[in-house]
Design a protein around this ligand. Structure first.
Ligand SMILES: Cc1ncc(COP(=O)(O)O)c(C=O)c1O
Length: 380
């Protein structure tokens, strides 16, 4: 009798090569461990890749979003609109700086913020929207731009998952007033923990750079030595972390091309399985596939069965209104029934996706998914 085949396919695998290990060792041996020239090199390379005028490395996307709200002078008495179906950080940063988070529903098919719901939620107190390019799926920036102009509000994009995504051939990071990316290990480029703020506004970039350096004057113009111009904090990204990111950034084009290739292969393998629905994305955009998500009925059972078979699958993200933190908080308002967000939460399943995933492994994933989905049909 032949031994049973043991499947072991993780959800993600950070891209860590010998080149990265060598670069980290080089930093460790240099003794220059805090933010320094490697962080600067990482910022410059990312700036060239994204095509943005200013790129600042920070400790996380969460702290990056907080800094973006602060530079736009948003605070007590102001309202900021955020989607319900997202990671909690998107909304939490708003009460953290003393403003009110107004949570609206998403589109059931794309899982992205519902543009009509944004307009319904705008009041004279609305200062900004934080739309999310969820899972790397680019937003409709034409719609967002029209809303921004009509109401005179800012757009801070939570682009945590969207390094490499594009809208009309332009990289995400250039469409919003300020865009913030995450460098968490689930993300396309990781530094362990970390974040990136991108903007084309020099004044804001200078203020944010000072704020993340304890409020220091970063122009280097002071004759008396270091000057502190504003009350700031420490959100610096160390040379060690930047070394990890830099080694990935050197291969960013191939890494992204591989993700897109693998995602397209999943789409191809799923084409004859009508029980599995693929979320929609714009025809004039490029999804960066930080996560490859599908919609299925009875998601929790399917997830458990696939995990039991050795395939690590996951939920998509969270429906904020279902969590205590966002209920009955004086600085959070849930606008509407969140029907679509709840549906997305209950139906989304994330499939394994990482650089050295093979087509053969993808076939195994889809075979098990198909069998789990068809089992549901025979039970019903
Ligand atoms: C949409 C979204 N926003 C914000 C965050 C928070 O990012 P970070 O862990 O870098 O603070 C995440 C992390 O998963 C995210 O997915």
């Amino acid at each position: 009798m032949s031994a049973p085949v043991i499947i072991n396919i993780p959800l993600i695998k950070p891209y860590i090569t010998q080149e990265i290990k060598d670069k980290v060792m080089e930093v460790l041996e240099s003794g220059y461990l805090t933010e320094g020239p490697v962080t600067k090199e990482f910022e410059n390379k990312l700036k060239a890749y994204l095509g943005c005028d200013y790129v600042l490395a920070v400790t996380s996307a969460t702290t990056g979003l907080e800094v973006a709200l602060r530079v736009l002078n948003i605070g007590p008495g102001d309202e900021v609109i955020v989607p319900d179906y997202t990671y909690p950080a998107t909304a939490s940063v708003v009460p953290i700086i003393g403003a009110k988070a107004v949570i609206v529903d998403v589109n059931r098919n794309s899982m992205l913020i519902d543009y009509d719901e944004i307009e319904k939620a705008i009041t004279p107190k609305t200062k900004a929207i934080i739309p999310v390019s969820g899972f790397g799926n680019p937003l409709d920036y034409d719609r967002l731009d029209a809303i921004k102009k009509k109401y005179g509000i800012y757009i801070i994009e939570d682009a945590a998952c969207a390094i490499g995504a594009e809208f009309k051939g332009v990289k995400v990071g250039n469409q919003a007033d300020i865009s913030v990316f995450s460098l968490h290990p689930r993300k396309f480029i990781t530094t362990g923990e970390g974040g990136i703020i991108a903007t084309n506004n020099e004044k804001w970039a200078n203020w944010m750079n000072s704020y993340k350096h304890f409020g220091m004057d970063m122009s280097g113009s002071s004759r008396e030595g270091i000057q502190f111009d504003i009350i700031g904090t420490n959100y610096k990204l160390s040379n060690i972390q930047a070394a990890v990111g830099l080694g990935q950034l050197h291969h960013v084009k191939e890494l992204l091309a591989r993700r897109i290739e693998l995602a397209n292969n999943y789409i191809h393998l799923l084409k004859d399985i009508p029980e599995v629905e693929i979320p929609t994305s714009l025809s004039n955009g490029q999804h960066s596939y930080q996560s490859f998500c599908v919609f299925v009925e009875d998601r929790n059972r399917i997830m458990a069965e696939m995990k039991a078979k050795g395939i690590e699958v996951q939920i998509g993200t969270y429906s904020l209104h279902m969590h205590k933190a966002f209920n009955n908080h004086p600085l959070v308002q849930i606008k509407g029934d969140m029907k679509n967000s709840k549906w997305c939460f209950e139906h989304t399943l994330t499939l394994p996706l990482f650089n050295d995933l093979t087509f053969q492994q993808q076939e195994l994933v889809i075979t098990e998914l198909k069998s789990a989905v068809r089992q549901l049909k025979s039970v019903v």
